[in-house]
Write a protein that binds this ligand. Structure first.
Ligand SMILES: [Zn+2]
Length: 136
């Protein structure tokens, strides 16, 4: 019957849609780790169960992701890999933002939050018992 045939097509279409959305997850993770988005998207679409753990355990290829202390960073304008001390990108010749300039506000926010934690600890007497906790 024709209607059954159409329903099967819809089901297949639905499965493909769900699979490609799942593939987006592995694609995004793979891309974040410096690998090809398209390859990980295809891999995740067809073999999500296999691709997800693989992309999660995969070592990051991008030094910026691999470690903050690698001494390297990417130019925010053209994505060229630079040493952190470089003030001007040799590729696009744009001045590099000073390290920490953008995080000043967030640093103050973190400090305020830290004060809140300290205050909370004081109110709850947590700071007094920190060193002389009863032995188990
Ligand atoms: Zn650049």
């Amino acid at each position: 019957m024709d209607t059954d045939g159409i329903e099967i097509y819809f089901k297949i279409f639905e499965i493909i849609m769900v699979a490609s959305v799942l593939g987006l997850i592995t694609g995004a993770l793979g891309h974040k780790k410096g690998d090809s988005f398209i390859l990980w998207w295809l891999f995740g679409t067809f073999l999500f169960i296999v691709a997800l753990p693989l992309v999660l355990i995969m070592d990051a290829k991008n030094p910026q992701v691999a470690g903050r202390n690698s001494g390297l960073k990417n130019c925010p304008y053209c994505n060229t890999l630079l040493k952190t001390g470089v003030m001007k990108c040799p590729q696009c010749r744009r001045s590099q933002p000073a390290i920490g300039a953008a995080t000043e506000a967030s640093w103050q926010q973190a400090r305020a939050a830290g004060d809140d934690v300290a205050q909370w600890a004081k109110q709850n007497g947590a700071d007094k018992n920190e060193d002389d906790a009863p032995a188990a």
